[in-house]
Structure formats: C-alpha cells, structure tokens
Design a protein around this ligand. Structure first.
Ligand code: C2O
Ligand code: CU
Ligand code: CU
Length: 548
C-alpha cells in the first residue's frame, strides 16, 4: 500500500510538470481526427488494464418506435482480462467495468460530445487529479488519461459525468455506468456470481411523443430535483428479470438524478442486505424495505429456490413521507401559495394543477414518495445449487470517535435551500474556492455532521432530503439524530437505512443530523463534497475540501 501511494505521488508531480504530448500508446485514430491532447500516459505506469472510453452522441431503442437520442460512452479494451468491459450495447448506459482490487488501470477518455465533460469514479479512492473534478473537464476533441490503482475493496461503484453546472443534464442523457470491483476476500465467500450476480441500475426518465428525453431544467424542477414519470432499469422500461430457482445477488444502484426509492418486495419478503456503497457488510441484515437515494448502492441477496416456476415478484417503491416542515410555501415569486409541506405529495398535485402556469414545466406524474413498481422478477427455470448465505461476510473495523483528529470539534455542514440556490454552510459552489474551514490535514480521520434542520432553525425556505456524498475514501455512519418535529415523517423511512458498512453517500432527511467518520488518507488535493440530488449539485450544493 505504501509503495503504491508513493508511486501515485510521484506520478502526481509528474503530471504537474508535463504539459505536452507524444507517447506512442496514444490511439492512432484519435491523432488523425485532430484531437488535442490534454494529458498523456505516464511512462512508468504499467497498466494491468487499459481501456479507451469515448463519449459520443447515439440513438438507442428504449421505447417502441422511434429511437432516443442519448449520450453514450463506448469502451474498447486495449489490455485486460476478458470480462473487464461490457458496453451495454443498445442502451444508453455507459460500459460496465469490472476490476479487481490491486489492478492498475489506465482509462483513456475521449470526448466526442458537443459539450465539455469529465467522468468521475464515484466511490473510488484515487488521486485528486484522477477523480474527475469539474475543473478537469475536457472539450470536444480532447482526451483525459486516468491512471490509478484500484485501492477499494470489492463493491458496486459507478461513474458518471461531473461537468460543472450540467452534471444533471449529462447524467440524464446517459453519461453514467457501473464500476464493479471484486477482491479475494469476497470471492472466498462464494456468493452468487456470474449469471446469479445481477447489477440493476434504477433511473427515472421522461419522454416526449417522439420518444425523446425531456429535461426542462426549469427552476422549479431544479429546486425539487428532476422526477421522471417512467422508471427504467438498466436503461429499459418494464424491466423483467428471468431467474432460476437459486439465490441471487442483486446489485441495486440508484442512478437517478433526484428520485429516492423505498424498495420493497410486493409479497412482504424482507430485503436481505449484504452490501452497501463500499462493499459487503460485516453480516447480512434484513430490512422490511430499503431506502435508496441517488448515488447509493445496496447489494441484496434473494433466494428464489423455494419458488414455483412461473412465480412473479415485483420490486416496488412504496410510499414514504418526504414532506418538509416549516417553509413559507412560496417559491418562484409566490406562485405557489400555501402551507408548508411543499416538497411532499402536495406539490406534485399543485404543480399538475397547473399553478406554475402555461404548462411549460415537465412535471412528474410519479411524485416522490408514491407507490409504483420498479421491476418484475419471473421464475423461469429449475436449477440445483448451493443457496446458502454466509452468516458473516467481511470484517469491518469500526472507527472510534475518539480517534478523530477533531473528536471534540466536529465539522458541521449545514444543508439549506434558498430561492434559486442550494447551499452548504451558506455557500454555493465555486471552482477552486477553498475556505479555511474546508482544509483538512492529509492522513487524518474527521468527524463530520450533516445538519438538515436538526437544530430547529429553518434552513432556508424549505427542507428537503439531501443525499450527501463525499469523494475519496469511504466513510462510516456514527449516528442519526432527528428533531422531534420531524419524527412522524421519519418513521416512514427509518427502517430502510443501513447504517453499517462503508458508505460514500448518505441520505439526510429533513430535520435530521447525520454524523460520520471519514478518513482522508494518501492523497492531497481537492476532493468534493456535495448533494447527490444532481439538480441540487448543479444549483451549487457542492464544495471542495482541500486535503493537505
Ligand atoms: Cu457521484 Cu461527485 O459524484
Ligand atoms: Cu463521487
Ligand atoms: Cu440536495
């Protein structure tokens, strides 16, 4: 680990000193196409895996009839084991990348889009200039070369656009994919693998009459977050997963811009959770339902061995209360008069009622917290096999608050929304704008609390749930505290939180304060923290920590 770190540091320095190109491994087609090089492969980095990823426009068949115009990442393996890349052909999903812990990976990213963009490896512990910070965005025709070692433990990670101010739009258009890491420890557990290990990316979209994606970007939509009226799984509507009478590992990923799911099996079977954002839990946990906010992942284990052929089971999102408390009931110049509770069920109704005027906004007919199906499972095949779930999974060392560098002085991050903005400690995102309280010493453990109106003060005009995400290493949840005035709505979600294991995104409900312990090891530089409601992120609910 130490050698790696040193090597990575040397490389960082090297990148800083290099501005010019000329390496022989640069793809020939890119040179002839007149691409400008903004990065070059480093000569002393010997990749186990080298993949070229190209972002382009494409037309894919999602609904019946006309194809849908999307932004698609397509990959090409230059070096690497078989199975390292699946292009998810015919969908807008970016390629699924399968890496092993310890592999050295070079990813050559070409931008062939009519816009600036950059990809970020969500949940991975990589050097700052390999992390896809918006300041590294590349123009059409440019290339960014990522080189890093997979330091993370086995888990379901993902990657997506992180372009400044347009992340929501770009992810919505298709710039997101899965990055699955395995390691020896996980493989030794003999969990369901191969066909029995199924990634399920859940997203919502809206289509117009010509099957084209609708994204208005209207201020109301940005404040609330985009809510589509059609659920897609792995880029497909009405998703059906045929299964055999075996145990499966279902990797549930919320790749939606802002929609929060409360996932449950329709027949009341509890959800057996074996992993979260940063990989396997110490032991399986059963939950009546699971909350999955944008950016979060949950690995569920489900045994279909007792089920008859032809059995159908539906994974649903079931009702919960994400309503706000307090609030002036006014937004966008007072067009929406009324009580508090703007962001709950009430709002969808009001908006559908046309109070925003002119029908100019795309408003979801599928409000947040309503009841709707996500996907269907159909038992189609009898199959014998070992379906036992290990009682323990992977050992997890629990951080102690007393070991935090700031144990008695937590860093509080107040979450708030104002007219036309979403803020962290009252600040909006600005590139490379680090304030003194955002500087963190490298190799320290930090106690951080996200306060979403817990202290009783009104944080702006409204309280919304905010899935808070931090770049860099995975963290642990220490505690959740809820203000008494939010207790009632909180009970509709409380049993769905998995607080153990390694996390990189945590949902902070209205009236809630969530305390975490996060290590900032190995890498110096800028690492972001932000709301993973992508509309909120683009509205400014994002900042950088400077690790130094
Ligand atoms: Cu998944 Cu900074 O984002
Ligand atoms: Cu991230
Ligand atoms: Cu938010």
């Amino acid at each position: 680990m130490k050698t790696t770190t040193n090597l990575q540091r040397r490389k960082l320095l090297k990148y800083a000193a290099m501005g010019i190109a000329g390496a022989a491994t640069y793809p020939a087609w890119a040179q002839t196409a007149g691409f400008t090089r903004v990065n070059t492969p480093s000569a002393d980095f010997l990749p186990d895996v080298e993949i070229e990823l190209t972002m382009n426009t494409a037309d894919v068949a999602i609904l019946n009839g006309e194809k849908t115009h999307v932004w698609k990442v397509t990959g090409k393996v230059i070096t690497g084991p078989s199975g390292v890349l699946d292009n998810n052909e015919g969908t807008y999903l970016a390629p699924t990348l399968r890496f092993k812990k310890g592999q050295r990976v070079r990813l050559i990213l070409n931008n062939n889009l009519p816009a600036q963009s950059i990809l970020h490896w969500h949940g991975l512990h990589v050097p700052a200039n390999m992390d896809g910070n918006p300041m590294y965005a590349i123009n059409r025709g440019e290339t960014y070369i990522y080189e890093f070692e997979i330091l993370n433990r086995a888990g379901t990670y993902f990657y997506h656009s992180h372009a400044h101010g347009v992340t929501a739009r770009q992810v919505y258009s298709g710039l997101a994919g899965l990055l699955i890491v395995s390691d020896d420890q996980e493989q030794a557990l003999n969990l369901p693998s191969g066909n029995l290990d199924v990634p399920l990316v859940i997203q919502d979209r809206s289509f117009d009459g010509q099957n084209q994606l609708v994204y208005s970007g209207h201020m109301m939509q940005r404040m609330q977050g985009f809510l589509g009226d059609q659920i897609l799984v792995n880029g497909r509507p009405d998703f059906v997963l045929p299964v055999a009478t075996r145990a499966y590992r279902l990797r549930l990923v919320n790749g939606s811009n802002s929609r929060i799911y409360k996932l449950a099996w329709n027949d009341g079977t509890p959800i057996t959770v074996i992993g979260v954002d940063g990989g396997l839990l110490a032991a399986p946990e059963q939950h009546p339902y699971v909350m999955l906010a944008p950016g979060e992942r949950v690995d569920a284990w489900m045994d279909f061995s007792g089920r008859a052929l032809g059995t159908e089971l539906t994974l649903r999102s079931i009702p919960f209360d994400a309503a706000t408390h307090g609030g002036m009931g006014m937004m966008g110049g007072g067009m929406m008069g009324g009580r508090g509770g703007m962001m709950g069920h009430g709002m969808g109704g009001m908006m559908r009622g046309g109070m925003m005027g002119g029908g100019m906004m795309s408003v979801s007919t599928l409000p947040s917290g309503s009841d709707y199906p996500i996907l269907k499972i159909r038992v189609t095949k009898k199959e014998q096999g070992d379906n036992t779930l290990p009682k323990t999974l992977t050992p997890i060392t629990t951080f102690q608050v007393k070991n935090a560098a700031n144990a008695s002085n937590p860093r509080t991050i107040a979450l708030s929304m104002e007219h036309m903005s979403a803020l962290l400690n009252g600040r909006s995102y600005k590139m490379d704008d680090v304030q003194p309280d955002e500087i963190i010493p490298v190799n320290s453990l930090q106690l951080i609390e996200f306060d979403n109106g817990f202290d009783g003060g009104m944080h702006g005009m409204m309280n919304m749930p905010h899935p808070m995400h931090l770049h860099g290493e995975q963290f642990q949840i220490v505690k959740r505290e809820v203000s008494p005035r939010s207790q009632d709505s909180y009970t509709t979600v409380a049993s769905g939180f998995i607080n153990g294991g390694w996390k990189d995104t945590v949902l902070v409900m209205p009236g809630e304060k969530v305390t975490i312990l996060k290590p900032f090891n190995d890498f110096k530089g800028l690492f972001m923290y932000h709301c993973h409601n992508l509309e909120h992120e683009d509205l400014g609910m994002m900042r950088d920590f400077l690790i130094k």
